[in-house]
Design a binder for this molecule. Sequence first.
Ligand code: HC1
Ligand code: SF4
Length: 573
Amino acid sequence: KVTLTIDNITVSVPKNYTILDAAREIGIDIPTLCYLKDINEIGACRMCLVEIEGARNLQASCVHPVGEGMVVKTNTKKVRETRKDNLELILSNHNRDCLSCFRNGNCELQTLAEDLNVSKIEYEGENKVKPVDDKSHSIVRDPNKCILCGRCVSVCKSVQGISILDFTKRGIETEVAPAFDKSMADAPCIYCGQCITVCPVAALREKSDIERVWDAIEDPNKHVVVQTAPSVRAALGEEFGMEIGTRVTGKMVTALKRLGFDKVFDTNFAADLTIMEEGHELLDRIQNGGKLPMITSCSPGWIRYCEFYYPELIENLSSCKSPHQMMGAILKSYYAQINNIDPKDIYVVSIMPCTSKKTESAREEMQVNGLKDVDAVLTTRELAKMIKEARIEFNKLEDSAFDEFFGDYSGAGVIFGATGGVMEAAIRTVADVLTGEDLEEINYTAVRGIENLKEATVNLGGKEIKVAVVHGTKAASELLDLVKEGKADYHFIEVMGCSGGCVTGGGQPQVPSKVRDTVDLRVERAKALYEEDVLMPVRKSHKNESVQKLYAEFLGKPNSHKAHELLHTHYTK
Ligand code: HC1
Ligand code: SF4
């Protein structure tokens, strides 16, 4: 341990601490802007400057290690004024149209300006207007808002292992952008949106589809159906000031009904349907010598990653479309038929924790007979904006239930949103099918949690099935390399593009770095889903009676011809 004093308070901390870590331990809140614990520790923004006795210049506390006997001051006139000057400099080059900004009200730069008591901006920066890149379906990059903090660069590189973004050009022209001035649409970006979730300002954001959805709701000729992904309920409350990990399923449904959607359904229904298809596909591959390991295909960020970086594994992907796409296809066929609605008049909106889903829904493979399965995808953040715009007081809403049939789901469907959830849901069903029993022990905890790689061997009716779960593309790549080299003898692998799974997808509420540094969002939000799983009377996908009825009346058997036509696809190299 090392003992030092900060603002006259003596503190003993481990040797590897920075001054910032030590200060936080005794409740001294040194401001930061570029800092993201373990991800972006570069001391670039000069917000966290402190005075160290004996040192000539102020030091960046986020990178400066503690030292024995060190005397640190965090609140002197010099410190306050220098931080303020530095912040003014950042602000002088920033597009300050705060009132009409996408991040108005939850911008870390705005908060800092308020906290540091910035009341005027003396320098006038060049403020050259640079073009905004909004060419992709998923992500908008606005260099006029960028403060060059580098958080997105680090997350893409060190968490996702991809490195799409970097500092380009020089001096006043410096930008964070894909190499060679490419659009995000033309770079091998997987649209995971992890860069968006760490952006402190509005330099990176989703391509908004809010207006298209309002227009559809307004259109009397459209039957507008909304479905919500498992993870939305685990995070939407944060946008309304609720604690991280609060489950808001019932309030969310009430809000969607108030917004004017004709029907409110749950993607969890389709997650159960996916398990029926994917589980049987797995059994078929195992029993009939198909390509193994089979790898899940519900995370579109992962699918893009596979296409760009592991094309030799495309054959390993399950042919199942992702649950919300399956839902769209069923709504525009079976649902249209039993309700006597022309499928062309059905408008399907998916609320997703994901930015990559916007691009997924626009893919050619995601259509049946020229009709898109899903017409618009909104992120959790966009849904929150609509609720606010409609002046609905979310926190005061009563709970209500999803509309019947396509809103019916099992506990297995809801855990899809957490890493390991798809695997656990699949095992619950495959185990029953292989043993011919209704097994009571269904908590497969070996695949839960946030370790990078989780493995398990499950004995199912005398057959050993070897499974693995990975999340976040960097962690996934280590396992995928083994698969590529034929060194991994798994039957089934779950890959999710984002670390933590969908609960921490790129469309989820942005949490200020100060909070992110102390709370593991992956753990807290996942808890909300496992909590809902236990509350469900039915916890296995194949026991979902509405899914059973869908097969009996329409699809026939899992993997039937009809199921293939609507629910499966083939990705090509
Ligand atoms: Fe997901 Fe899925 S779990 S991909 O993480 O398979 O986005 O939540 O909706 O489609 O069900 C996301 C979440 C989601 C699909 C399901
Ligand atoms: Fe990197 Fe993902 Fe952002 Fe693309 S969306 S730049 S892959 S972090």
